[in-house]
Design a protein. Structure first.
Length: 99
């Protein structure tokens, strides 16, 4: 698979959200917002009960996703949100929910 070109102004963040974040629609709301913010990447549930997000794109969109992840959707209770900046890779062409 060919990677898409990395935009010069692109940023990437790896987010791990802990708390009551599974079973509340977190992944699907995350995907909906990522598309709205023009981001590429993925979101998935982790075995430890947390949710993991990788988001890449326009710095403002990445910031909006990070801000949203700190609260989550209605019904979520976020106890911790760890964000790790990463260099953009351009490896994702869309934003996916991973199972």
């Amino acid at each position: 698979m060919r990677a898409r070109p990395v935009l010069i102004m692109s940023t990437r963040v790896h987010i791990v959200v802990a708390g009551r974040v599974q079973g509340v629609g977190f992944r699907f709301e995350c995907r909906r917002l990522a598309i709205q913010f023009g981001l590429q990447g993925w979101v998935k549930n982790r075995d430890d009960g947390s949710v993991e997000i990788v988001a890449e794109g326009d710095p403002e969109g990445v910031k909006q996703m990070t801000d949203w992840a700190r609260k989550g959707p209605f019904g979520a209770v976020v106890n911790a949100c760890r964000t790790i900046p990463e260099p953009p890779t351009g490896e994702c062409e869309s934003f996916d929910v991973r199972f």
